[in-house]
Structure formats: structure tokens, C-alpha cells
Design a binder for this molecule. Structure first.
Ligand code: ATP
Ligand code: MG
Ligand code: FE
Length: 353
């Protein structure tokens, strides 16, 4: 039967109902606006907003699916990693509902959900098979994963300081743009010259596929010094935006080349996370994948950023994998939300480490 999925790990409150084959029967999402005035996600505010929004959102999602509560075969929720307050709200709500219905509760790792989202029916024509390379670039994450199977994720590298989206947001703020800054910075960059400023390419050429963005941020700050508190000329801001975006794309391209070399016969390059919406990055990654004879797969934006559909899909994949191994359906109602939940632990749920 169908499954209700909940996402509440950051600043999106979301519910989705999926049929066993992955068909989305209903979907509702609220991007919390309360954080805009603070220029970033405030954990305590996020937790309270999830609490205020979730019950009604779940009810409306069920309503628009045309199903009754008793039709649900399971409930799933992101239980980590993420902001603990929101995770507790989503997981407690999900567990409560599952217990009331007498159905299993499936705890989903939020990163695992991002990693598997590209396998949702309709995202990639032709079935996406393992192993593939996932670049996860969002406000809170920046890492490369070898997705080798359900429960089998090998971290190839990640950021040693800021996440990519975080860097976009910080630089956008320095340029006087609003939050979140990524989309605004990308728009401004269209008017700028990407070669106008010689910015560093942190870790480019270095072994492995770690990332670093804080040096870029510092370099931008240095370029801004001469202007002090005077308003920044629009062309300068546009040139800085374009140069920054170019540097980020250069670095990510270099890191992906290394990551691909760390894998045996990858089947595709997959990008997820809000930064994967960036057109410059997308076209660079498309060309790069092509030059390796691989398809580039980026889920549509609504599936790239935080959402409940990917949580439901990951839960379905986990159930199917349990079935393949003749294991009982997972029931994780005893599992506690975790702010950190390494992917390396995900194989444990199948008892095979
Ligand atoms: P998490 O990291 O937990 O997945 P998040 O809310 O931080 O959650 P997302 O919602 O996936 O991350 O993405 C938001 C981030 O993506 C923000 O940092 C935003 O600036 C960035 N972003 C969105 N659109 C673009 C774009 N066109 N170019 C660059 N960055 C972008
Ligand atoms: Mg978000
Ligand atoms: Fe996320």
C-alpha cells in the first residue's frame, strides 16, 4: 500500500504520499519564510515552525491523495542528519502516526534520500543503475558520494570548511543581495564578466576530492575593501558574482574529475541539492559527464532541494531491498533522530557490514 513521508531536517516542512511503485499520489511543501529576516536558518525558529505546520500539512496531503489514513501501509521520516529540533518534530509525528495505525515507521537518512532521488521513476529515462557518482551541493552539504547500492554509499570527499550553497549565500550577502543568495547571485552574474577578477581555485589539482570555499569568500572580501562602506558599483558586483561563480564551477569540475577516477565504472554523474539549480554549473557538469561518456542526471529542482518525495522514495527502496534479502520490513520506531548520521552506518540496517 501507499506510504506517507515527512521531511523536516532543515527549513522545508514537507509531506508526500507515494504508491509502492514510486508514483507520487500527493505532495505538499512549505519553505519557511521566517528565516529571511535573519539571513539564514535559525534552528529554534525552524523547529517551532515545523511543529506549527506539520499536522495540518499531513492532513491536507492525505486529503488531496483521496486516501484514508487507514490506507497507509507505512510512515517514513527523515531522522538525520540535520537540525535536531526539526528532526524530533518530524520523527515524533511520524512515529506517533505509525503507532496509531499499527504500521511500520521507516527512519530515512536525509543524505541517503538525496542520493537515491535520481532513481525516482521519470527522473532519468533509462533506469539509473549502480554505481553512480553523486555530487550533493546544498546550503548544508557539499560532498561526493559513490552510490554503490541501497545502503552502500562511499564518501569520496567533502568540504573542509563551507558548503557550496553556504559560500554562495555568504558572497551574495557581501554583494548586498538577499537570502538565500544563490539564485540572486546567479542572476547578477549574467551581467558580469567571469574573467574580471582573478580569484583562487581552492584545492584544484589536489589529490582526492575534498572541497574548500572559505578562501574564495576571503578573496572576495579583499576585493571589496577599497569600497569601504560606499555602495558597490553594479558592474563591479556583477563582475565579482560572475568571477565567483566561475571559480566555484572550475573547482567543482576539477573535484568531479578526481571523484570519477576514484570509482570503478560509474554509470552516471548525478547532481542534487539547491546549488545543482545553477545553470553555469549544470552546463559544465553536462559537458564533463559527456567527455567521460556518461549521462549527467540532475533531478528537477523541486526534487533537488529538500522535499518529502525523496524521503518516501528512499523508504520504498529500503523496503524493496529488505524484501530482496528476505528480511522483514524495517520498523524503526525505536530509532532516535540524529543530528549526525554517517552514511557508512546505513548498511547496518540490512545486517551486512
Ligand atoms: P540541506 O543542506 O539540508 O539539504 P538547504 O536548505 O541548506 O538544506 P537546499 O534547500 O538544497 O539546501 O538548497 C539551498 C541552497 O542552494 C542555498 O544555499 C542557495 O543559495 C543555493 N542555491 C539555490 N539556487 C541556486 C543557484 N541558482 N545557484 C547557486 N546556488 C543556489
Ligand atoms: Mg532548504
Ligand atoms: Fe537536504
Amino acid at each position: 500500500g501507499p506510504l506517507l513521508a515527512i521531511e523536516s531536517s532543515c527549513d522545508e516542512t514537507a509531506c508526500a504520499i507515494l504508491a509502492p511503485d514510486g508514483t507520487v499520489l500527493a505532495e505538499r511543501l512549505v519553505s519557511q519564510e521566517d528565516h529571511v529576516a535573519f539571513g539564514g536558518v535559525v534552528p529554534e525558529i525552524a523547529a517551532r515552525a515545523h511543529l506549527a505546520l506539520l499536522p495540518d500539512l499531513a492532513r491536507k496531503t492525505l486529503e488531496s491523495s483521496g486516501l484514508a489514513r487507514s490506507d497507509l501501509a507505512a510512515v517514513a521520516a527523515s531522522t538525520g542528519p540535520g537540525l535536531i529540533g526539526g528532526l524530533i518534530v518530524g520523527a515524533s509525528f511520524g512515529k506517533g502516526l505509525a503507532i496509531a495505525l499499527g504500521k511500520p515507521f521507516i527512519a530515512v537518512n536525509h543524505i541517503e534520500a538525496h542520493a537515491l532521488s535520481a532513481r525516482l521513476p521519470g527522473v532519468f529515462d533509462g533506469h539509473l543503475t549502480f554505481p553512480y557518482l553523486l555530487l550533493l551541493v546544498s546550503g548544508g552539504h557539499c560532498q561526493c558520494l559513490a552510490v554503490e547500492g541501497i545502503g552502500h554509499y562511499r564518501r569520496l570527499g567533502g568540504t573542509i570548511d563551507d558548503a557550496a550553497g553556504e559560500a554562495f549565500d555568504k558572497v551574495a550577502k557581501m554583494l548586498g543581495l538577499g537570502w538565500p543568495g544563490g539564485p540572486a547571485l546567479e542572476r547578477l552574474a549574467r551581467e558580469g564578466n567571469p574573467a574580471a577578477f582573478a580569484l583562487p581555485r581552492p584545492l584544484k589539482g589536489r589529490a582526492g576530492c575534498d572541497f574548500s570555499f572559505s578562501g574564495l569568500k576571503t578573496a572576495i572580501a579583499r576585493q571589496l575593501e577599497p569600497y569601504g562602506s560606499a555602495p558597490l558599483p553594479r558592474q563591479v558586483a556583477a563582475d565579482l558574482a560572475a568571477s565567483f561563480q566561475q571559480a566555484v564551477a572550475d573547482v567543482i569540475e576539477d573535484r568531479i574529475i578526481h571523484a570519477l577516477a576514484m570509482m570503478e565504472r560509474p554509470t552516471a554523474l548525478v547532481a542534487a541539492g539547491g546549488v545543482a539549480a545553477n545553470a553555469t554549473l549544470r552546463s559544465r557538469l553536462t559537458a564533463l559527464a559527456g567527455s567521460h561518456g556518461l549521462p549527467f542526471v540532475a533531478p528537477p529542482l523541486r526534487l533537488c532541494t529538500d522535499n518529502a518525495v525523496m524521503v518516501g522514495w528512499a523508504a520504498l527502496e529500503i523496503c524493496r531491498e529488505a524484501g530482496r534479502r528476505s528480511l522483514p520490513l524495517p520498523d524503526n520506531r525505536a530509532m532516535r533522530p540524529r543530528p549526525r548520521w554517517p552514511l557508512a552506518e546505513m548498511a547496518e540496517r540490512f545486517g551486512a557490514v
